[in-house]
Design a protein around this ligand. Sequence first.
Ligand code: CA
Length: 229
Amino acid sequence: MGKILIIEDEEAIAELQKDYLELSGYEVNIEGDGVKGLGNALENEYDLIILDIMLPNMDGFTVCKEIRRVKEIPVIMVSAKKEDIDKIRGLGLGADDYITKPFSPSELVARVNAHLTRYQRLISNSIGNNEVIEIRGLKIDKTARRVYVDGNEKIFTTKEFDLLTFLASNPNHVYTKEELFRNIWDMETIGGIATVTVHIKKIREKIEVDTAKPQYIETIWGVGYRFKL
Ligand code: CA
């Protein structure tokens, strides 16, 4: 089950996608314009977005970029032109998948199912009543505030735990040190953004096999950090 937003200006295509997705049990809304689509995507909670590229008022590239600034939900981009695929890849928009027109509705449904299953499994595994994030060998039990690496518990300080959990809860999102500092610490904390660097180092020592080649928290030079899915 899930709630899907289709942003597509060709009504016949949008309705066809909607019918197939509803038959598969999804709740579906349609917007026929880039600006309205973005507004709807940001104001409401969706599990996945299907986004056409050629749209009135704002193109799909821009819509995708804007959604990615605040949301990590899967985005499947739809294009009528093959050359758009290279652009989607090249721009690093953060789209999860792309599909070219014409495509069969059942192929679309299969991709939607696959992305939602993967996303839900990665983001929030529920063990008992505890909220758990599990990515590769790393397991963060948000409820019990405990961290395990390959089954072995690692001891985290409060701020290390908060920082790791914040990053892991927003995977693939690049945060500046300032943003991380603002989210985790009180403004009065001595040390400012240098504190972030120190904590990232300590977290890596606990969760990474090789801190020189981090597989979880990636440094984006000149920008900040990103938790890799
Ligand atoms: Ca279009």
